[in-house]
Design a protein around this ligand. Structure first.
Ligand code: HEC
Ligand code: HEC
Length: 303
């Protein structure tokens, strides 16, 4: 009887959502952008024509076409490559070759050694607003194989220039929503839509959304104004990276992140305030659980 109850618990347990593998997307401290990246990942034409090469190709496909190929794991309209540009190759765009050689990594925050698979699971949970595949699944293996191959000849355990999104210091005057809205209208809306909704062709996103139910959720690293400013400064407007001033990058990042998006999956007791205190109060610069123009942010887009 005892054994029966135990096995019932196991079944129940596994039917529930997998626990959050990486409990946050806490910020990296990376080499500043003033140090020119030297690393060059291998060309696609050099992928070997064998079983290993097949996995590299599969991982690449999952990385750039995530939403379509992994509908069970993705809960929004995003692909990995929307935030890790040029198929995870671009320096200052959190390239996979800057990441792979740095794992496993000890993090004081959860007092645990985190594997590369767990790091990817974090992006599924928050950036993709989804349910991460198991660490030993074929899809997770393929994504790791793609990252490993891109890192060919990179040193392991050595911070490499070009990793992550370089920090953009907060301007002395802070940030301003009105100015951010203007930058958005003039330089971003043409692609991302006047309501941050992105653009679809035949039901598929060709320009990713920046807020709303198909965007990254309130637990994602990109919800921090400082992280979004860093990404934007070095990657946007598409094709014109580095063209915005630090002030413009902060202003427009604040404008984007003052809009609703899916709820933080770590929501504590259904309470925005408890979630703010536990997960957002010390997580960079962000607006979760704060009032802007009299409206409480962090309500989520569900329902
Ligand atoms: C909405 C944007 C977004 C999407 C989509 C996204 N990520 Fe990320 N990713 C981030 C941010 C932000 C970080 C943290 C960077 C930092 O702290 O500077 C990150 C970090 C990472 C890292 C660790 C980087 C390092 O140098 O340690 C890996 C690996 C990664 N993401 C893989 C993925 C994969 C695989 C997917 C798709 C399943 C994905 N990401 C989707 C924004 C995104
Ligand atoms: C020419 C079209 C274009 C313009 C203009 C543009 N973007 Fe993007 N943006 C894209 C595309 C395309 C991606 C996804 C990149 C990919 O998949 O390779 C993207 C990705 C992003 C992302 C990360 C993915 C997401 O949806 O959250 C953010 C944030 C972003 N852009 C912000 C901005 C901001 C802010 C501006 C204006 C300063 C801007 N973009 C201007 C095309 C554009």
């Amino acid at each position: 009887m005892k054994a029966l109850i135990a096995s019932m618990w196991l079944v129940l347990g596994s039917a529930q959502a997998a626990p959050v593998a990486m409990d946050d997307q806490s910020q990296l401290t990376v080499t500043p952008a003033s140090v020119a990246p030297q690393f060059v990942p291998p060309a696609e034409t050099t992928i070997p024509d064998n079983a290993f090469g097949k996995m590299v190709r599969e991982g690449h496909a999952l990385f750039v076409d995530t939403r379509r190929l992994m509908p069970d794991a993705v809960g929004n309209g995003m692909n990995c490559s929307n935030c890790h540009l040029d198929q995870g190759r671009m320096a200052h765009s959190a390239p996979l070759w800057g990441a792979y050689p740095m794992y496993p990594a000890y993090r004081k925050k959860n007092d645990k050694v985190n594997t590369f698979a767990e790091r990817i699971q974090g992006c599924f949970q928050f950036s993709m607003n989804g349910r991460p595949p198991a660490a030993d699944s074929q899809q997770m293996t393929a994504l790791s194989v793609y990252a490993y191959w891109l890192s060919t000849q990179a040193p392991t355990g050595v911070e490499i220039a070009g990793r992550g999104y370089p920090e953009v210091a907060q301007p002395a005057a802070g940030y301003d929503f009105k100015r951010g809205e203007q930058v958005y209208r003039e330089q971003c809306a043409i692609c991302h839509g006047s309501q941050g909704e992105g653009q679809k062709v035949a039901g598929e996103y060709v320009m990713p959304p920046l807020w709303g139910r198909d965007s990254y959720n309130w637990g994602a690293g990109m919800h921090r104004i400082n992280t979004a400013a860093s990404f934007i400064k070095y990657n946007m407007p598409l094709g014109k990276p580095g063209s915005l001033s630090d002030q413009q990058a902060w202003d427009v990042a604040a404008w984007i992140n003052r809009h609703e998006r899916p709820q933080d999956p770590r929501l504590v007791d259904g309470s925005i305030e408890k979630t703010r205190v536990k997960f957002h109060a010390k997580d960079g610069v962000n607006l979760y659980g704060q009032k802007v123009d009299g409206v409480l942010l962090g309500q989520g887009t569900e329902g």
